[in-house]
Design a protein. Structure first.
Length: 201
């Protein structure tokens, strides 16, 4: 790092920001929210999300879906969708390797929305009746909802709530799924033919 800094500042007469500069492997550095990684099996350089980008995405989701949300579910979904479109518009160039992270963000959003819905339903009796109406078995609902004192966040990840407020429930209400958007975006990318060099005899 010292020799590179000296070369850049003395020979090229450029200023080096020591706070933002380092000598490290590409996958360890943050470039506008991305990091680069060489796939050891294919040798292809892939564009991945940096750890900072993932952390900020989680924080943004928490702000968009607060537990004390007082508006309607549709308004919460509309605000979340607006952010998802903009976020993926920038980070959508990430490799399909990041599909797992996209699913993680999707699952986190749905769980937070489930917690909001449960809070809106308020009473355990109302929650149980709504879940039964959504097709969850009665015995499962009553056992899980009434077993101990659980917070809305804890209830939001029980199997009864997961089954009643499944993915299709949110899809019907217009929630975007990042994994689907990312998959569709990469399907539309047509890989160019590999360049070939003409061999002259």
């Amino acid at each position: 790092m010292a020799s590179l800094t000296e070369f850049i500042q003395r020979r090229l007469r450029l200023k080096v920001s020591e706070a933002k500069s380092a000598v490290a492997r590409p996958e360890e550095r943050h470039f506008l929210g991305f990091r680069l990684w060489v796939n050891p099996y294919t040798g292809v350089v892939e564009v991945l999300l940096s750890e900072r980008t993932k952390r900020l995405a989680m924080e943004r989701i928490r702000r968009l879906t607060p537990r004390n949300w007082g508006g309607t579910l549709d308004s919460c979904i509309a605000g979340t969708n607006a952010w998802l479109r903009g976020w993926h518009g920038f980070f959508g160039i990430a490799s399909v390797t990041e599909m797992r992270m996209m699913r993680t963000l999707d699952a986190h959003i749905r769980r937070r929305l489930r917690a909001i819905i449960l809070r809106h339903w308020k009473r355990k009796r109302t929650i149980a009746r709504r879940l039964i109406k959504l097709g969850v078995k009665r015995e499962n609902v009553w056992r899980q909802i009434y077993s101990g004192r659980k917070s809305w966040w804890a209830l939001s990840h029980t199997s009864a709530v997961d089954h009643g407020l499944r993915n299709a429930y949110f899809a019907k209400r217009g929630l975007l799924f990042l994994a689907d958007v990312h998959r569709q975006a990469h399907r539309q990318i047509v890989a160019p033919a590999s360049p070939q060099l003409a061999l002259w005899e």
